[in-house]
Design a protein around this ligand. Structure first.
Ligand code: HEC
Ligand code: HEC
Length: 293
């Protein structure tokens, strides 16, 4: 099975621009990510117990970027993703919305009050009786507490707001609970989705991000597909990108019909599972940047 897989990766790589380790200059193994000279990020650590059969260590996407891209994440002034964080900070305490005429700040205080929240999402929500992504939680506040309209998944204001909440958790370890009532969703994300081969290429997430990280695929340096840095700024589309949109792109690359749109239960489960694979890495968002350059 495995050798067959390597063949298909090789085929994709040869048929494309690069393949092999040429192209971008990758930063040295010893580089460490410290943001603004003060926030020390864990970008490499022992794999959490639940995936230690498959991986010895987990690595942030940052470790797979070129020197230049790595540097862009070291200083907020150089980091294009910070623009969206600033927009969201205005929105947080801005014009009251909905039938209740409230802003996020009216109930939650300053965004700093949310430190640590991003690190534990997706998580089980007791009153809803389901696993909530951060975006679902924000929408629950909007619809149930503000009387405002829900934001669309990975679109409009939801992404900047998610980036703002991530930014106040920077440097804290991802710690998604995999036990308790959310377990079923987590298992669905792992067993049914992460390890299932899709599309004409018959590749699962694991085939690329577990078996082949570190290799080149087309012009990309394949990472472990961690989401501790999301929402992420990509040079490719020069904006912040959400987790589900990224998953959708990867599934499309296997030449599959995507099984579900952003926001669907499948992607919620996959997000929970993938997030938990990064337990122990630091929350890095808002962004790091794209794969090339
Ligand atoms: C009317 C008050 C109110 C407003 C306005 C409000 N929230 Fe909330 N929010 C709550 C309450 C109460 C909770 C905790 C209870 C729950 O789980 O629903 C909560 C929970 C949250 C959480 C989860 C915190 C955690 O520890 O898991 C997030 C994130 C959040 N809100 C974001 C937002 C955002 C973003 C906005 C603005 C778009 C907002 N909220 C507006 C009342 C509000
Ligand atoms: C054909 C190989 C392939 C498959 C299969 C694949 N991906 Fe990817 N993925 C890539 C490439 C190439 C990139 C861009 C380089 C990188 O960041 O790893 C990427 C990027 C990502 C990223 C962004 C990582 C970052 O640091 O910005 C995430 C998250 C991700 N993939 C998750 C998934 C998930 C979940 C699946 C299964 C639904 C999946 N991928 C399937 C090739 C693949």
């Amino acid at each position: 099975m495995k050798s067959q897989m390597h063949k298909s990766i090789a085929a994709i790589a040869t048929a494309s621009i690069l393949g092999g380790a040429g192209g971008a200059a990758f930063a040295d193994e010893e580089a460490e990510l410290v943001v603004n000279g003060e926030i020390e990020m864990v970008t490499r650590t022992a794999a959490p117990a639940h995936i230690s059969d498959a991986l010895d260590e987990v690595l942030s996407g940052w470790r797979f970027r070129s020197d230049l891209t790595q540097e862009m994440q070291m200083d907020d002034f150089d980091n294009p993703g910070m623009i969206w964080v600033e927009t969201a900070a205005e929105l947080w305490g801005g014009t009251p919305e909905g039938t209740e005429g409230k802003s996020c700040m009216d109930c939650h205080g300053t965004p700093d009050e949310m430190a640590g929240v991003k690190a534990v999402y997706p998580k089980w929500n007791e009153s809803a009786g389901e696993v909530y992504t951060l975006q679902m939680q924000m929408n629950a506040c909007r619809t149930e507490r503000m009387g405002a309209e829900a934001w669309k998944t990975d679109k409009g204001d939801s992404i900047p707001m998610e980036a703002l909440l991530a930014s106040v958790s920077r440097g804290m370890p991802v710690n998604v609970a995999i036990d308790g009532p959310g377990r079923e969703t987590w298992e669905l994300g792992g067993r049914e989705l992460y390890y299932t081969r899709t599309g004409q290429l018959e590749l699962s997430c694991a085939n690329c991000h577990e078996d082949n990280y570190g290799n080149m695929i087309r012009a990309d340096h394949l990472s472990q597909g961690q989401i501790n840095g999301f929402p992420t700024y990509r040079l490719k589309n020069t904006k912040l990108n959400g987790v589900h949109s990224r998953f959708k792109g990867c599934v499309r690359d296997t030449r599959a019909e995507t099984y579900s749109p952003p926001g669907s239960p499948e992607f919620v489960a996959l997000e929970m599972y993938v997030a938990s694979r990064g337990n122990g890495l630091s929350v890095e968002a808002p962004p790091r940047s794209a794969t090339k350059l």
